[in-house]
Design a protein around this ligand. Structure first.
Ligand code: PRT
Ligand code: MG
Length: 220
């Protein structure tokens, strides 16, 4: 006689703003997270519901865990989802915009650099970014030729030391740009975080997932 062992529902989150802003949504569903990822080194966190656990992964890895079913659900920024979709189109079901971790994807240049003139003159701009797909699409839409330079962080540094003319980066308060004498010259798109769901889990575990989906639906 086989006894059915049910795997807990696994939600993939990144530490920091996404985790912090997801906590109140879980709380509203009566789900308390039992460890604090900033204090504990644990990467699998139990919750007050025995059938719901949280895994802590890098923000850019959240789509990968969900796509392959290691997590049933995840929460990731639209920035991360656009870059993931460029190489894994249609891999994830994205039902809900949770409106958390909001910011803007922008083009920024050093103060005093005449971006409009450079674009008008058809100069071939060097643009450093972590968001290569979103940036490529933006400049293609504008008909501007750019050489994209992929970086993994500290984009603000690139124009200051001559690696690039401009950057494409996320901006929330604007303090980071200001501190580095950069100015945002173009808004590409507003960014917020989305719930993503493993496509197979959505079919095979629908009944178990539905209460959580409902909670996030109300939040979004
Ligand atoms: O930090 P780490 O390298 O581990 O990973 P990550 O940067 O991908 O993760 P995290 O937790 O920093 O960001 C997770 C998600 O939060 C991102 O994918 C975005 O969708 C969203 N988000 C919201 C932001 C910001 N606001 C934000 N301001 N992500 C990054 N920033 C950075 C930005 O890149 C820039 O360096 O903060 C700086 C600008 O902030 P201001 O306030 O100075 O303008
Ligand atoms: Mg970060």
């Amino acid at each position: 006689m086989s006894q059915k062992v049910t795997k807990p529902i696994t939600l993939a989150l990144s530490k920091g703003r996404i985790f912090d802003e997801t906590l109140p949504l879980l709380k509203a569903a009566g789900i308390e997270v039992l460890q604090d990822p900033e204090k504990s080194r644990k990467l699998i966190l139990q919750t007050s519901k025995a059938d719901v656990r949280i895994i802590i992964v890098r923000a850019t890895d959240v789509p990968t865990y969900v796509e392959y079913g290691a997590a049933d659900l995840g929460i990731a920024g639209k920035d991360v989802l656009i870059e993931h979709a460029a190489t894994h189109p249609g891999a994830l079901y994205q039902p809900i915009d949770l409106q958390i971790a909001q910011c803007r994807l922008c083009v920024a240049v050093p103060k005093g650099f005449d971006y409009e003139a450079a674009v008008r003159q058809g100069a071939r701009l060097r643009v450093a970014t972590k968001y290569v797909s979103a940036a490529r699409e933006h400049f293609a839409r504008k008909g501007v030729y750019v050489d994209l330079i992929k970086l993994y962080g500290s984009m603000e540094l690139a124009p200051l030391i001559g690696l690039a003319d401009a950057i494409v980066d996320l901006v929330s308060t604007g303090n980071t740009l200001k501190a580095n004498d950069l100015v945002a010259v173009e808004d590409i798109m507003p960014i917020s975080s989305r719930l993503i769901v493993n496509r197979a889990a959505l079919k095979t575990r629908r009944a178990e997932l539905q209460p959580l989906l409902d909670v996030f639906e109300q939040a979004g």
